[in-house]
Design a protein around this ligand. Structure first.
Ligand code: NDP
Length: 461
């Protein structure tokens, strides 16, 4: 008889946990996966997928406007929030079913319960009260929106605020919404709500949103938000939120009180480790509560691994999936494989998008690279007939000495689709001359990357 109930027990049925459990089962392991909520995790249920559906919905307001330049008259567009929510819910339920069927088809036992550690090989299932044992345990519990506004305190009235979790299920579209934060989620939702017709104010504590992104992208985004009449309050933080009648009143450190219908906090996400009792298994946590792992995603307990957002390395679904596949190779295929966190492309689905792979100009200089910078801003062909003032920005950072492409950055329509392919080229070690030697596909925006012949400027660290 086997020493343990399972070869692998996965805690958390999000992108990372699902991929790891399926692949380990396909490699012949006896696998169980515990998920207390819906299968699919943040990405499928309350993140990337429903968000992107909302992004598509939000684009139509501008599309209707732009269409007039091409001879269309579409009448007065009317948006119905409940229809969007119902159709989105239907699609998410379909995807969840697909996830479940795929996991079951691989032979994984799905346990609809919350699992917590009793010791390094034993987990207790909270609802059923049963215990299970496993040789290897994988923590893939993800993270959740944080509500902590300061280092230690929750802003007074913070419980009146929503986070991205609730934004997907609001009964009605808020007429006026305040969004706190200057990262991915704050900016994406600011554009979603704006596109759907809400009056949006973004409240950000810093001097310019998207800290860490290339400065030119940040500037282009700010300019575009101003043109769209999105109200951006910089150097601004909430000091208290109060309900008065049907409205919320948010006080800021600037002494202003802003009236609105919803306040959304998008001020980062915290690892889901609080109730796991990892201390009983000898698993160390870091300062932010993240599971600390080595380069093979192994925790301080030798039979316990962790992948995805709970490790707070790079909080992106494809990274969690990659880490899952490396984990399975390492543990079940006798092929130790460390995840590669280089050249990870990412996009912020604002309107239009920001997409990026590799180093910003500031980062490249900070790392000691002398750089050649190629930059192009232009009015997209589509907008030559729409009257829109929107401009696109393409930027490439090249190492002066080796001519290796260090970073590609785009603000503009189709940015995310283009950057995915630039990431392939960069991963293969493309030089600027490889881009130059590639024949352009005309007329596209993407061709900018292969036609930028004239250096905009050079800089040394
Ligand atoms: P981010 O880390 O992207 O941004 C958090 C923002 O909140 C920053 O602007 C930060 O400001 C601000 N902030 C942090 N603490 C406070 C505070 N105490 N008071 C006020 N503001 C504060 O987090 P998100 O929640 O937007 O997203 C989490 C992660 O999820 C992202 O980093 C990304 O990896 C992933 N994600 C990816 C998406 C995509 O791929 N399109 C979409 C959504 C999320 P400051 O800059 O000053 O620190």
């Amino acid at each position: 008889m086997a020493q343990y109930d399972y070869d692998l027990f996965v805690i958390g049925g999000g992108s990372g946990g699902v991929r790891a459990s399926r692949m380990a089962a396909q490699a012949g392991a006896r696998v169980a996966l515990a998920e207390e909520d819906r299968l699919g995790g943040t990405c499928v249920i309350r993140g990337c997928i429903p968000k992107k559906l909302f992004v598509y919905a939000s684009h139509f307001s501008e599309d209707f406007f732009d269409a007039t330049g091409y001879g269309w008259s579409v009448g007065k567009p009317v948006f119905d929030w409940p229809t969007l929510i119902a159709n989105k819910d239907k699609e998410i339920a379909r995807l969840e079913g697909l996830y479940r069927r795929n996991v079951e088809a691989a032979g994984v036992t799905i346990i609809g319960d919350r699992a917590v550690f009793d010791d390094p090989h034993t987990l207790r299932l909270i609802n059923s009260g049963k215990t299970v044992t496993a040789k290897t345990i994988l923590i893939a519990t993800g993270n959740r929106p944080t509500r902590e506004m300061g280092t230690t305190h929750i802003v007074p009235g913070g419980d009146l605020c929503i986070t991205s979790n609730e934004a997907f299920h609001l009964e009605k579209l808020p007429r006026r919404i305040l969004i706190a934060g200057g990262g991915y989620i704050a900016l994406e939702f600011a554009h979603i709500f704006h596109g759907l017709g809400s009056e949006v104010s973004l409240v950000y504590r810093g001097e310019k949103p998207l800290r860490g992104f290339d400065e030119d992208l940040r500037d282009a985004l700010m300019e575009s938000m101003q043109r769209r009449n999105l109200n951006v309050l910089l150097g601004c933080e909430f000091t208290g939120i109060e309900k008065r009648g049907h409205c919320l009143h948010a006080e800021t450190n600037k002494g202003a009180t802003i009236e609105c219908d919803q306040v959304m906090l998008a001020i980062g996400r915290a690892p889901n480790t609080a109730m796991l009792h990892v201390e009983k298994a000898g698993v160390d946590l870091g300062k932010r509560g993240e599971v600390v792992v080595d380069k093979f995603s192994r925790t301080s307990a030798q039979n316990i691994y962790a992948i995805g957002d709970v490790t707070d390395r790079i909080q992106l679904t494809p990274v969690a999936i990659h880490e899952a596949m490396c984990f399975v190779k390492t543990v079940f295929e006798n092929n130790p494989t460390a995840p590669d966190h280089e050249h990870v492309p990412s996009a912020v689905f604002t309107t239009p998008e920001i997409a990026t792979v590799g180093m910003s100009e500031t980062k490249a200089l900070g790392l000691g690279h002398a750089v050649d910078v190629y930059k192009s801003t232009f009015k997209p062909l589509k907008h030559t007939m729409t009257g829109s003032g929107e401009r696109s920005l393409f930027k490439m950072i090249v190492d002066q000495k080796t001519q290796a492409v260090l970073g590609c950055h785009i603000f503009g329509w189709g940015a995310a689709e283009i950057i995915q392919m630039a990431a392939v080229a960069m991963r293969m070690g493309a030089r600027k001359s490889d881009f130059d030697a590639t024949i352009a596909l005309h007329p596209t925006a993407a061709e900018e990357f292969v036609t930028m012949r004239t250096k905009s400027y050079s800089k040394t660290p």
